[in-house]
Write a protein that binds this ligand. Structure first.
Ligand SMILES: Cc1cc2nc3c(=O)[nH]c(=O)nc-3n(C[C@H](O)[C@H](O)[C@H](O)COP(=O)(O)OP(=O)(O)OC[C@H]3O[C@@H](n4cnc5c(N)ncnc54)[C@H](O)[C@@H]3O)c2cc1C
Length: 317
């Protein structure tokens, strides 16, 4: 029996076939998932993932879609959607338990209401809690990894509790890589008056409103900041402000954002990012690394940008 039929036999209640993914991303770009699976709780997610591994069926996780570029050709295998894992609970007044599918904004608001400091600078970052932990999302010197206590993570065939140390958090990096899925997290914050936390979050949102006032759909910063440098400054200095390929354009207002002017394709974004990367190497000798992640079948151009051979990286350094 073909793999899709076997999957539907086992998990019919949570699977849908040939599901368009563009609307599930902040860029509004990308093709379809062969199957989209939306488990209803942590246990079901664990069972599904273990089954997929046993059956050797390819799978990928899509969180809030605010930091991904999805291939125009779509994604083969199963795309895991965790939006139903949306539990959010303040425990003993000091910690918050949040499902991976919760909006990060809900977690930030719940922590503020409970008087738990340490997440207020994450206000305004789109996406899910699971995506934020995977990317170690952050702003203004605060990252989610700073407040994470532990998480339920699927890896190597089963769900286990990972303590914070296991995540190896660094700038926009965690040890949650291919093959691991964050399903639920526990975060703890230092006690701060709720009114003060709300004031700080409002200030962060205002700063964001001014600095990120880009017209068009984006995925936030497309490149990581190299140590001690700002990617947007390097891109501006290389003359790439407002550079355009098709309907993908480097934002006027923030050169590290690429906006979809309406009907941009994944291939156009890849081409524009590659041109920006080449211009910055030419101008400053620095090879910018993508912050956004690519999901789906890679063509040569996408592979060169998102999974460059080590040799190429070394020769450009
Ligand atoms: C306007 C705008 C502003 C932004 N500002 C910031 C900012 O200030 N700081 C910042 O850090 N980021 C920022 N971002 C980027 C983005 O919001 C964050 O990286 C966010 O945390 C991504 O979460 P997500 O749920 O959308 O993940 P997705 O984009 O869906 O996924 C990102 C990656 O994580 C993987 N993933 C998602 N969920 C899981 C999971 N549960 N388990 C394992 N892997 C998973 C995906 O496979 C993918 O590789 C911004 C984006 C936008 C559009």
């Amino acid at each position: 029996m073909a793999w899709r039929a076997r999957l539907l036999q086992e998990f019919a209640a949570i699977c849908a076939v040939d599901v368009p993914l563009a609307a599930r991303t902040s860029w509004n770009i990308g093709g379809c998932a062969q199957v989209l699976a939306s488990p209803r709780d942590v246990a079901e997610a664990g069972r599904l993932l273990a089954w997929l591994e046993r059956e050797q069926i390819a799978w990928t996780v899509l969180g809030g879609g605010s930091n991904v570029l999805i291939a125009d050709a779509g994604v083969s295998g199963v795309v895991l959607c965790l939006e139903r894992l949306n539990r959010l609970e303040v425990v003993a007044g000091t910690t918050v338990v949040a499902g991976a599918g919760c909006h990060l904004a809900r977690l930030v608001a719940a922590a503020a209401a409970a008087g738990l400091g340490g997440l207020e600078h994450l206000a305004g970052i789109p996406g899910s809690v699971g995506g934020a932990v995977t990317m170690n999302a952050g702003a203004h010197g605060q990252q989610i990894g700073d407040v994470l206590v532990s998480a339920e993570v699927f890896s190597a065939g089963s769900v286990a509790t990972w303590p914070r140390q296991r995540f190896d958090f660094a700038y926009r990096h965690s040890a949650v890589d291919t093959g691991a899925v964050v399903l639920q997290v526990v975060v703890a914050g230092a006690p701060v008056a709720a009114a003060e936390l709300r004031r700080r979050s409002r200030a962060v949102l205002e700063r964001r409103r001014v600095s990120q006032a880009v017209a068009g759909r984006s995925a936030g910063s497309v490149f990581k900041n190299p140590p001690g440098q700002s990617a947007w400054r390097l891109i501006a200095a290389a003359g790439m402000r407002a550079a355009r390929v098709g309907a993908a354009q480097v934002a006027q207002q923030h050169c590290n954002f690429i906006v979809n002017l309406g009907s941009a394709t994944s291939a156009e974004v890849v081409e524009l990012m590659s041109r920006v990367q080449a211009a910055v190497v030419e101008h400053s000798g620095i090879l910018l690394q993508p912050e956004v992640r690519f999901i789906g079948t890679m063509d040569t151009a996408a592979r060169r940008l998102f999974a460059p051979p080590q040799q190429m990286l070394e020769s450009r350094e």
